[in-house]
Ligand binder design. Sequence first.
Ligand code: GLV
Ligand code: MG
Length: 307
Amino acid sequence: MSRVASRSRRSVLAVPGSNPRFIEKARGLPVDAFFLDLEDAVAPLEKERARDAVVAALNEGGWGDKVRTVRVNDLSTQWTYRDVIAVVEAAGGNLDCLVLPKVADAGHVRWLDTLLTQIERSVGLEPGRIGIEAQIEDARGLVNVDEIAAASPRLESLVYGPADFMASVNMKTLVVGEQPPGYDVGDAYHYVLMRILMAARANGLQAIDGPYLQVRDVPAFTRSARRTAALGYDGKWVLHPAQVDAANAVFSPSQDDYDHAELILDAYEHATTVRRRGAVMLGDEMLDEASRKMALVVAAKGRAAGL
Ligand code: GLV
Ligand code: MG
C-alpha cells in the first residue's frame, strides 16, 4: 500500500503546541490524525518553548494509531529551520509528517525535503520516513499548485487553508467557511477547492479541507464538511472535540453506500471473470469498469472506517 493510501485523515485535530492541557486532551479524542502546531496558534514569544513541548508530547507517546504530525512555521519567518531540526532530530522516530504552511511554490517543498533527508541521515532514521503535507493558503500557492503537488515523493496531502486564503485575496468577510456576503451567484470557494483537489488527485495525494472557526456550531461545521466530502476531499481539520464525530461521519461512506459498493464489486467481478462481460445489470443499474472504480473508492473508505 502506498504511504498515502495507508493513512486515514477524516478528522485532523489542530492542537496548539504551547498548550499542555490541549495536548493532554487530544490524546483521548477519536481523531484519525492530529498536528501539534508551532505556527499560528502559538504566540511569537512562545515559539521556542512550544518546540520543547511538542518534542516531549511526541516522545511521551499515548497517541494510539493516530497520524502524528507537527506544523512548523512558514518559510517567510526566522523559525522554520529550527522547528524542523529541533522536532525531527529529537522526535523523528515518533513523527509521521510535517505540515508546511503557506506553501507558495515547489521550492518550499523541495527545501523541506532536502532538510529532512539530511536530518534522517544524520540521526539514522529510515530514509523518507517523514512525510510532508502542504498547505495551500494564498494566491501564489494556488497558481503554483500543480508544481507544488509534484515537488516531492514525501508529499501525502494538500491542505486548503481557508482563513489565510480569504485574507490573502482580500475577501470581504470575516466568517471562515461561509459564503462572503454579497456573492449571490454560487459558491465563492468552488474554484479554489476544485483546483486543489485536481492537483492532489493528479499526483496521487490526499486533499484535506481546512478549519471551520465557529467551533460551537456543529450543524454549520457539518454542512461545510459535507460540501468538500461531496467533491471528493478525504477529510477536514477539527478545532474542537465537538467537531470530531461529525468529521469522522461525514468523510466515511454511509453503511448503505458501503454495502452497495461491495455488492457492485462482487457483481462486477463475477461478470467479468465468470461471464466474461464488461457491462452487466445489477437490478436496474448498469455496471461497467467505471462503476467498479467508483465502488472501489467507497469500499476502500468504508473498510478503512471499519464498516
Ligand atoms: C489554516 O491554516 C487556515 O489559514 O485556514
Ligand atoms: Mg493558515
